[in-house]
Design a protein around this ligand. Structure first.
Ligand code: 6PG
Length: 326
């Protein structure tokens, strides 16, 4: 396996950086159901006429979640690949997100001997907590994982704003992913140089066949991208109305005027995100309900999250409060 040290990217720090400490705490069932617009009973699957015009429903093998298959009349290829899962409890969302990720890990490790996984910052990392517990902690082939960030703040790795630190504390410190397979940014560079450096690293990984390339777009094709969404509907560091949302050539870009602090970041572009084989968009909390509505129902000004797609499968994992305006 190639390691990051063979990239122009600086050697990856994986050992615990100075002052890093584990702040992981046991998951709590902190999210409660709120009333919603569903007419279906709490544990039934249901049809969703409010999304598109040709929605279908199906009964699930277990009843703790609801699945919306989002299909519009136009039934574009993109819409067919998209589904929305809604959970009464965030705890159950975390359980299914772990299984979803573990199943893909199993598939790709067997099929191609590697699993390329991208994470965002924010609450996503906490939503991945079940993956580092039994049975997955021992059954996943962690040695074949290659771990990336969809965006990163240009701050030292031990800084509280660092997405590396967030992922290290809540995930990486708990599983045996080889240090050379963890691709952190070189935060000692300027944001622009760090973005170029990360793109160079990705290109090296394409050459060494760790990372695939989409036959359709020519952009890198990650096996799984795990994304959060901000209350304004941003994903990665692609913010509403920002010109970077339209970037269609570069793989990784810098932003120095991020409306969400800190201002200096690097981020994957939409062509990279949307060339992924599988994308999970994990969104919890009522504060995101309006953005979820706008992104999924394409109402009003559609936020960046509404532009996310995947080559094979896009799954929205929502808790009930986040889905309350659907
Ligand atoms: C970042 C993140 C960002 C995050 C969303 C959601 O570095 O800022 O990658 O895209 O995922 O803002 O964050 P929350 O889940 O914490 O709201």
């Amino acid at each position: 396996m190639a390691t990051s040290s063979s990239c122009s990217l600086r050697s990856i720090l994986f050992s615990s950086p100075t002052n890093l400490r584990s702040n992981y705490s046991a998951p709590k069932n902190r999210l409660t159901c709120s009333s919603s617009s569903y007419s279906a009973s709490r544990f039934e699957s249901f049809s969703v006429s409010s999304i598109g015009t040709g929605s279908t429903s199906r009964r699930l093998s277990h009843t703790r979640r609801k699945v919306l298959e989002v299909r519009s009349m136009a039934t574009t290829a993109e819409e067919k690949k998209k589904r929305v899962e809604i959970y009464d409890l965030e705890e159950n969302l975390a359980v299914d997100l772990a299984k979803f990720t573990a199943d893909l890990s199993d598939k790709f490790c067997k099929e191609r001997g590697a699993f390329t996984v991208v994470v965002s910052g924010g609450s996503l990392i906490k939503s991945l907590r079940k993956l580092v517990e039994s049975p997955y902690a021992d059954s996943i082939d962690w040695a074949r994982w290659h771990f990336f960030w969809v965006d990163e703040r240009v701050v030292p790795k031990e800084h509280d704003d660092s997405n590396y630190k967030l992922a290290y504390d809540g995930f990486l410190s708990k599983v045996p992913i080889p240090a050379g397979n963890v691709y952190a940014i070189n935060e000692s560079l300027s944001a622009e140089a760090a973005a170029d450096d990360y793109e160079t690293c990705l290109k090296h990984l394409v050459k060494t066949n760790i990372l695939r390339v989409s036959e359709t777009t020519g952009f890198p094709k990650f096996d799984l991208m795990l994304l959060g969404m901000g209350p304004d509907g941003h994903v990665a560091s692609l913010f509403p109305g920002h010109g970077l949302c339209n970037e269609n050539k570069k793989w990784v870009v810098s932003i120095t005027d991020s409306p969400k602090p800190p201002s200096e970041r690097i981020t994957f572009t939409f062509p990279v995100i949307n060339s992924s084989a599988h994308v999970a968009l994990v969104v919890c909390g009522s504060g995101k309900a309006e953005a979820v509505q706008a992104a999924l129902k394409k109402t009003g000004t559609v936020p960046p999250a509404g532009s996310v797609s995947a080559e094979e499968e896009l799954v929205w994992f929502l808790d009930k409060p986040a889905s309350s305006k659907l």
